[in-house]
Design a binder for this molecule. Structure first.
Ligand SMILES: Cc1ncc(COP(=O)(O)O)c(C=O)c1O
Length: 370
């Protein structure tokens, strides 16, 4: 008789829910019992709690991490005719948000050590108005270099911290260093809602007020619309879930770090390339990424053994079909393209057990080549 192979998913949300089920169920039941779903007290409470947790003064809860970026751009006055520099080694949302406000995305290459924007490769022109460093995998971009560039060229800085809840640079929470910072609470994120949700933080109270209006039909009061806005609100059910999960985030983050360091220790011994954060960075390992030269074979072997691996991300943004009319060419961003061909993400979440992690290592090391 064949034995079913125990599955180890990339992220085990079922197990997370089982661990906090009474708190979550009660929070959801309260919202449903009140029948207040939009613009209620829980979004306001979560907004306060998330800002306090990040130790930053202003911000607004919104509908998802993509709208968070376009709201930040609009809030800072970036629009048609402006160039916005970012990385092509990220989720597609980063460039969609730039496009959504009518600005033109321009790409720099990455530093292969951290997979984040290498500021020395950023093409700045007279039209460049903003830079979006992406703290990919929960690891900081070089914020000192970003600041030096933005200071010398008068650029707005928007940190895409969609994968970097509670990560830091020199002790400051990522997202709170630039002019604005954006978060995604997509369910699988380190802090994940039970649906779509996001957040924008900013150091400028006036920008925060503008963003809060933009995401709620351009209004502050019920019947007066000061701006042409949109509906990009977070809803009460998401805020209820996020408030419960926020209480656990610090402990969950420590568990992620412990797993990532244990993976590192095993893979470095065998000569694999893993993420090497900058000395000033404190990483939160949204994803555990390692490079291999035989990816297809490795993915197939992991899958055959019930291990959920992923690739974040296989096609750099300048080579995506939707960007074809912008003239992106293979060879343009050599380090980005090399990383896209080699990265693999292994199971990592706070609820992974040490035994599961050890099995992932054994299965991976049996086939993967550096
Ligand atoms: C780096 C990055 N930026 C932006 C986003 C967009 O967030 P959302 O899916 O909440 O719109 C995501 C996640 O999906 C992301 O990983």
């Amino acid at each position: 008789m064949m034995h079913a192979v125990a599955q180890i998913p990339l992220v085990n949300l079922q197990r997370q829910y089982a661990a906090i089920r009474p708190e979550i169920d009660q929070a959801i039941a309260e919202v449903v019992g009140r029948q207040e779903f939009i613009s209620g007290k829980l979004v306001a409470a979560f907004t306060k709690e998330w800002l306090a947790a990040l130790n930053t003064p202003y911000g607004a809860a919104c509908s998802n991490g993509t709208s968070a970026i376009s709201l930040a751009l609009k809030g800072l006055g970036i629009g048609p005719g402006d160039e916005v520099v970012t990385t092509a080694h990220t989720f597609f949302a980063t460039v969609e948000a730039i496009h959504a406000v009518g600005a033109t995305p321009v790409f720099g290459d990455i530093d292969p050590a951290t997979y984040t924007l290498d500021v020395d490769t950023v093409p700045v022109t007279s039209r460049t108005r903003a830079i979006i460093p992406v703290h990919l995998y929960g690891t900081a971009a070089d914020m000192d270099a970003v600041k030096a560039l933005s200071d010398s060229h008068d650029l707005k800085v928007i940190e895409d911290a969609a994968q970097a809840h509670f990560a830091a640079w020199g002790g400051k929470a990522l997202g709170t260093i630039g002019d604005a910072g954006t978060f995604s609470f997509y369910p699988g994120k380190n802090l994940g809602a039970y649906g779509d949700a996001g957040f924008v933080v900013t150091r400028d109270g006036r920008v925060a007020t503008k963003i809060a209006k933009l995401l709620n039909h351009g209004r502050e009061t019920k019947y007066t619309h000061d701006l042409m806005g949109e509906n990009n609100r977070m809803d009460e059910l998401q805020a209820a879930v996020l408030r419960v999960k926020l209480r656990h985030l610090a402990a969950w983050t420590e568990k992620r770090r412990a797993h990532a360091h244990a993976y590192d220790a095993r893979f470095l011994l065998d000569g694999f390339k893993v993420i090497k954060p900058y000395p000033k960075a404190s990483s939160v390992y949204h994803l555990y990424v390692v490079e291999v030269s035989n990816r297809d074979e490795t993915l197939a072997h992991l899958q055959a053994n019930g291990i959920g691996a992923g690739v974040h991300y296989p096609v750099p943004l300048h080579l995506q079909p939707a960007m074809a009319d912008r003239g992106g060419k293979r060879g343009q961003l050599p380090k980005t393209e090399a990383a896209a061909d080699r990265v693999i993400s292994l199971p990592l979440c706070p609820d992974l057990t040490d035994e599961e992690r050890a099995r992932v290592c054994d299965v991976f090391l049996a086939i993967a080549r550096p």
